[in-house]
Design a protein around this ligand. Structure first.
Ligand code: 13P
Length: 241
């Protein structure tokens, strides 16, 4: 059975105080959320501790946005898995296109981070996606298959979420047509040894397109950037019809 996983990626937004304010507006909406949906907030490291305390006993799971492959060491600016699990973090985004584009993340470092996450009991959310240029050159499938094949070397597919995020759809308001997202996600699923891996769509997911996206048979959830920052808008997304 494939799980439904709706995750907010706050990126580099929200102080601790802003994170607490978000919860006040967001949590009451979860009374309406069907039980079969996993709800995840991937917050900046500095907000994770307070969020963890406030969300204790709630159904919202916490996620980080990166994890290093060593469990400790001289890696200035990085974060280790035990630092995340100690405070109750369950998920971690790995290989987001912004990490690949601005911080030199490669399929090899993505693979190391995925392994470390799994070794410490975190569920990694592996992000893959093509640029506009690659799409226009008919390279979408080959780019994504490479990211999947190289990223998933020796990875346990029973403890994994994948997010298909076409880069041209991120933060642009230019959502990938849901039928096309469904098609690519179906192709990704065929590349996997475990067809039950939840595969999310990400890229300009909003309250007004979530119902259509989630109606697609291959799409198991969403990874939401901008629209996860406002309580009402993220609540409408997790409560999709
Ligand atoms: P937007 O929802 O803001 O397009 O961001 C998508 C994303 O990058 C989620 O990881």
């Amino acid at each position: 059975m494939r799980r439904i996983v709706i995750a907010g990626n706050w990126k580099m937004y929200k102080t601790q105080a802003e994170a607490m304010e978000f919860l006040q507006g967001f949590v009451p909406h979860l009374d309406e959320t069907p039980d079969d949906r996993e709800i995840v907030l991937c917050a900046p490291f500095t907000a994770l501790g307070s969020l963890s305390q406030s969300l204790h006993g709630s159904r919202v799971r916490l996620g980080a946005q990166n994890v290093h492959w060593e469990k400790a060491g001289a890696y200035t600016g990085e974060i280790a898995a035990p630092m995340l699990t100690e405070i109750g973090v369950r998920y971690v985004i790995v290989g987001h296109s912004e990490r690949r584009q601005y911080f030199g993340e490669t399929d090899e470092t993505v693979n190391l981070r995925l392994k470390a996450a799994q070794a410490h009991g975190l569920v990694p959310i592996l992000c893959v996606g093509e640029t506009k240029q690659q799409r226009d050159a008919n390279e979408t499938e080959s780019v994504i298959f490479n990211q999947i094949d190289r990223g998933l070397v020796d990875i346990d597919q029973s403890n994994l979420v994948i997010a298909y995020e076409p880069i041209w759809a991120i933060g642009t308001g230019d959502t990938c047509e849901s039928v096309e997202a469904n098609r690519v996600i179906g192709l990704i699923r065929k590349q996997l040894s475990n067809p039950d891996v939840p595969i999310q769509y990400g890229g300009s997911v909003k309250p007004d397109n979530i119902d259509e996206i989630m109606a697609q048979p291959e799409i198991d959830g969403a990874l939401v950037g901008g629209a996860s920052l406002q309580p009402d808008s993220f609540a409408r997304i997790v409560n999709f019809h």
